[in-house]
Design a protein around this ligand. Sequence first.
Ligand SMILES: [Zn+2]
Length: 424
Amino acid sequence: MSAWVFRGARVCGGPPTDLAFADGRVVAEAPVGAQVYDADGLIALPGLVDLHTHLREPGREDAETVETGTRAAALGGFTAVHAMANTDPVADTAGVVEQVWRLGQVAGHCDVHPVGAVTVGLGGQQLAELGAMADSAARVRVFSDDGHCVDDAVLMRRALEYVRAFDGVIAQHAQEPRLTEDAQMNEGVISAQLGLVGWPAAAEEAVIARDCLLAGHVGSRLHICHVSTVGSVDILRWAKARGIRVTAEVTPHHLLLTDELATSYDPVFKVNPPLRTAADVTALRDALADGTIDAVATDHAPHALEDKETEWAAAAFGMVGLETALSVVVAAMVDTGRLDWAGVADRMSLRPARIGRLSGQGRPLEPGAPAHVVLVDPAARRVVDPAAMASRSRNTPYAGRQLPAAVVATFLSGRPTVLDGKLT
Ligand SMILES: [Zn+2]
């Protein structure tokens, strides 16, 4: 039997208490012989759940593997991640999603839930085997061509209709392809100054508006990946008010960083969707606070050195984010008074688990709940050191930056994956 008690932990920021668990579940009272962990001053949250992680395996094991990516996840306080489908081969069959799911089980650092591709080979031409992936051992419920937009309206409608049978959701990477051909960064004052091809907000917003209308028409669940503009927030607010079943996520970097960073020409700030303006950042923070945006998702996108440390125009899009996500959310949302710790638990654990239909994750830390727990030191300050990260890639936009709060321990089903800030 494995039993622990976190002495003096503040559950979701509440008053200090003893949080106990035994045999993988939260219990009302610590059993005799439980290991005691001094959690004085620490916050306990349900284990974090990421809706949007790129683990790169199979195909780009030089950038990340399920093993290294889930180590990074555990260090970031995550007990479940959704692994995006844009691998090589693409996760568009029961065979590939089961392979990724099994790799996650073998690694054992957190639950790995594969996302299934919407279309064969992410090609946008033909629906993938959605039902077979849903019925597989991986029990896929989230489907996405992330990295690509499902821009054919008829195909998008068919996908939405199809996943209703097993309560699945289509997660759209909203990017109108023609409006973003050769785009390098947000279209605005800075792109004009730098002479880089801009990426208009309308290219994101047009797709979100269309898909909300489609989801409303067929009565299906739609999820919008990495929302990045004021206009997208307005459309989501409108759609939700009309009862359309749409949910949305925002990345930590879109809550903190702006397109002014592109003036450095450092490709570490090149990401899809691009960093936007300060006005967008404020709107995204407000929307996450009021629930218009449901969840934070990392869009952890590791890249090998040769793909990222090159000139801006040639560099790959994306940033790593698992190991800094919680700290960035604290900086953007808690330290600015927009969310309390219960709000952080809701946006980073409860709601993403509900969107992904993960019944065993994102549960309040009450007796009987699975013992997926993260302990956070809210008073800690740390300077981000890319060389110290568990991810195989180093493309963090926060190198050298001081961030608040630190993950002290992560427990998966009552077993420590991280203890005293280190992998067990
Ligand atoms: Zn994407």
